[in-house]
Design a protein around this ligand. Structure first.
Ligand code: SAH
Length: 358
């Protein structure tokens, strides 16, 4: 560990303030920002348009953090699960989902999770700690490095990450300050230059934080809904006791959103629990007047958790009821399950062993 300032943990504005504190003009900060996210740049000595003395000052006082040598697991369907070791020895996971026209990276926002959803494997780890901006953005930088290192013929999609979903370990709205900084670095032109249209933040429904997210970021919002009444939702997701369904849906209605943008509702289908025709009709009724899309998620079973997945014919019948009610409804294809990289399967043994006493 070092007490040098990690510049990859700072937004562009913060880097500008940092260089100003070293007696340099603001534009030097912008220059540094664009170097920091250029492929292959790992040291200040490579920033050739900065004066040599200033590069030396930076080397003495600052550093450029980077995930090196992630543990990789490759799925038969092309998904790659990354395990990154953090400075304190904790491990987080990200999943790369390549398609011919895009590479989606599912990133983690916390080590573990405090939300305790009864169907999710990450919940079994408990909450360990929040990730800082460099640890969120670093997942994308490392996946980009991996893609660039892949031989052309082996790559399924483009040479870099094009889409980011904050749907890995953790509840992003419980780590909102760090998340917003990370989103700023991801979308900043001199940063990773991703468009907000291709970034989605998923929440289990931390109602009081939603407006702040909407006012400070143009990323897409996804809501893990999973039920159409409070009794079922509370059984699946304890957070529902604090922020019940009607409160959550009211926050969705009030969510500051540009016209034509829509909220994504995620709905996992659990056999015999929330997958009946009546549930589909109830869902259609509840979401009326919210500009939205619905993503139906086949449940990925995990040993030890008491839920079963709904068979595909039932999922299709559920989808049809919603489509007949004029919703756009997608069925999320499950990817990466052979390497425990599918939704809800991120929880690694090492981190589990290191769980802090709470
Ligand atoms: N905490 C945030 C971000 C995690 S997103 C949230 O809850 O939205 C992870 C998504 O995968 C959530 O929609 C979650 O409900 C879903 N999920 C969790 N376990 C799953 C499983 N076993 N099968 C399918 N989806 C699961």
């Amino acid at each position: 560990m070092t007490d040098k300032t990690d510049l990859r943990n700072l937004t562009q504005d913060e880097i500008i303030r940092y260089v100003e504190s070293l007696g340099q003009p603001a534009f030097r900060g912008r220059q540094i920002m664009s170097w920091l996210y250029r492929p292959g740049i790992t040291q200040f000595s490579e920033m050739t348009d900065l004066a040599k003395e200033f590069r030396q000052i930076l080397s003495d006082n600052a550093r450029i953090s980077r995930f090196t040598d992630p543990v990789l697991e490759c799925s038969s369907d092309g998904c790659v699960k990354f395990g990154f070791t953090l400075d304190d020895g904790r491990i987080i996971e990200s999943v790369l989902i390549p398609e011919p026209d895009r590479n989606t990276l599912c990133v983690s926002s916390q080590v573990g999770c405090a939300m305790g959803c009864s169907f999710c494997l990450t919940a079994t780890m408990g909450f360990i700690r929040n990730l800082i901006p460099s640890e969120i953005v670093g997942q994308v930088c490392a996946a980009d490095e991996f893609l660039r290192s892949q031989p052309e013929g082996e790559r399924i999609g483009p040479e870099r990450v094009t889409n980011v979903v904050v749907m890995g370990m953790g509840e992003p709205l419980n780590n909102l300050d760090n998340l917003l900084k990370a989103l700023s670095i991801l979308t900043e032109q001199r940063g990773l230059d991703l468009t907000n249209r291709r970034i989605t933040v998923s929440t289990c429904g931390i109602v009081p934080k939603m407006r702040h997210l909407g006012e400070n970021s143009d990323a897409n919002l996804a809501i893990s809904l999973h039920a159409t009444n409070d009794a079922t939702r509370s059984r699946l997701m304890p957070i529902n006791d604090r922020y019940p369904l009607d409160m959550l849906l009211a926050a969705c209605r009030d969510f500051p959103m540009p016209k034509r943008k829509r909220i994504m509702f995620e709905y996992i289908l659990f056999k015999g629990i929330n997958d009946s025709d009546a549930c589909a009709r109830e869902l259609a009724k509840k979401l009326r007047e919210i500009p939205c899309k619905i993503n139906l998620i086949p449940y990925n079973e995990s040993p030890g958790l008491p839920y079963e997945s709904t068979p595909m014919p039932r999922i299709l019948a559920f989808q049809k009821i919603l489509m007949d009610a004029n919703y756009s409804v997608f069925i999320r294809s499950s990817r990466g399950s052979d390497i425990s990289a599918a939704c809800g399967q991120l929880a690694n043994k090492e981190a589990d062993c290191q769980r802090l006493p709470t």
